[in-house]
Ligand binder design. Sequence first.
Ligand SMILES: Nc1ncnc2c1ncn2[C@@H]1O[C@H](COP(=O)(O)OP(=O)(O)O)[C@@H](O)[C@H]1O
Ligand SMILES: [Mg+2]
Length: 631
Amino acid sequence: MKSLFALNPMIWKYRGRLFLGVVFIVLTNVFAVWAPSMIGEGVNALNEANRDFLVPLSEGQALADLPQRTLEVPNNLRTLASWVGLEMDSRLAPKTRADVLDTVVWIGLMQALLFLLAYLIKGVFSFLTRQTVIVMSRLVEYDLKAAIYDHYQKLDATFYKANDTGDLMNRISEDVSNVRMYLGPAIMYSLNLVVLVAMVVGVMYYIDPVLTAFALLPLPFMSAGIYFISASIHRKSDAKQQAQSAVSSFVQQHIAGIRVLKSFHRERAAAERFDVETDLYKMRVLDLVKVEAMFMPLIVLLVGLSTILTVYVGGYRVASGELELGHVFQFVFYVNLLTWPFASIGWVTSLVQKAEASMARILDFWHAEPSVQSPASGGRTDPVSDLPALSFRNVSWTYPETGIQALHDLSFEVKAGETLGITGRTGSGKSTVLQLAMRMMDPQDGEVAVDGTPLPEWDLATMRDGFGYVPQDVFLFSDTIGHNIAFGSQGLDPQGPAVKQAAQDAGVAGDIDGFDKKYRTLLGERGVNLSGGQKQRISIARALIKKPALLLLDDCLSAVDTETEDAILSAIARQEASCTVMVSHRLASLRGADRILVLDEGKLVEEGTHAELLEAGGLYATMHAQQQAEA
Ligand SMILES: Nc1ncnc2c1ncn2[C@@H]1O[C@H](COP(=O)(O)OP(=O)(O)O)[C@@H](O)[C@H]1O
Ligand SMILES: [Mg+2]
């Protein structure tokens, strides 16, 4: 239970609800225990009336000759009557034969009505219990999800490479659901069990200790049986879940890739594999259903056993005069009342085990500290100036997952207002430079500084606000074009002039105007599919609209034709006061750069202007010659 105790502070926040819940549980059980006593008393009264009046009268005796001349009024009935201001004698003395019958029917009817009333009130309190305890569990679930999501957003790139998306999604959905089952049903049924058993067994013991022992005998066996069945159900339903996920992801993949599938004529093979997957799923489901089918019969069997024992032993005790008949009826009700709570012990135990495992998984990354964070003291919070500089001093970076050293001892500086080009072959470390510049990770060696302040001394949010970044692999959200462009600028009208200007600068305004819904056009699965170049340009607009102090472009014009590229480059050049780093493997894109760095296998091999580099006749000149030839 250690992991689950971590939830205590969250539960404590809603202690008021939990306390009310306990009060309602107690009230529910007071009425649950009280109701059967109406039946017990009613049966006792009727039994007595039968013995003392009905049987002798039917045998022809006269009312006046009967030794017993009064009928007992059940205690509960008298108490309740006195509450509504009706004083009743403890014994009634019927005057005529008809009077006897009326009185007997009246007592029976009243007891039945009181029984119903007690059950109704019990129902109301049991509704209120759910409204407090289960609602509390939903509130904690909500808090927990919010906290996990917040934490996810703080964790850095290294964490996301080490954990796969499906797993992270499971923790925030499935694992949290399991934990909620502990917070809601498990806590509720456990409290209910304790209160009910204390009350019912107390009352039963008071009435007849011997019969109590016999009636309760089979119940622990039921708890144990249900525990084993529940555990098995959980195991099998996990297996079923896995098979189901396999089927879904198979279908999802093959529908997403339907064009490839058809063009390679793999329909038959896919259908055969689908058969295998669904067959497995079918087997898992049948496996589960078999165990589930044992659940109710087991309960019914053991409750039946309890009932038989109660009636059998109770009958003996009534015959020997140690017990009144009505109490046997009352016991049968109590045995049924105890059924579900005892069954729930087994069920709740397996719920708690499952929740414990889930909570351990959640805590697993709960304590994972992001390696990239603002300094404890808060760090620099005055924004990046209009004319910042970016510098790398002896920076080395090795990807911890692969051990690939992507940058070796790299030093350079981009001065305020300057445009720096970076080029090199694929895998030479260009993208890594930009990620280090934005502090997606901290270099193992050396120092990166922006606007004169080393990155670890910045408040992260303030620093990143100064950047406009266009990643190499474009990511657009399944949202409207307008929202995608206005993404990084809070409170901006997604159809407003600023968005249109940014689209204009990024050379995509013409394309957007061609869509029916213009800036309201939906992107993604249920929206339009854009071409690679259009996506790149929207992603550029998203960076430009921030009017960033530092603009980082990662090979973001690779799918754009030369003419559009020129227009975009001059729009970027017009952006006042920005310091731009432009990465491209296409040398033509870097014509406007003030200086160009050439990287090779993570090392800076050449540096200079286009003309100087051509002159030098090194890697740059070779790449230039190759690209000229291709063109
Ligand atoms: N996320 C990553 N995990 C592990 N290795 C990576 C990762 N990203 C890049 N690398 C490796 O680091 C080197 C530099 O990559 P990158 O900076 O993307 O180069 P470029 O942008 O010049 O093509 C390459 O060898 C690449 O395989
Ligand atoms: Mg790259």
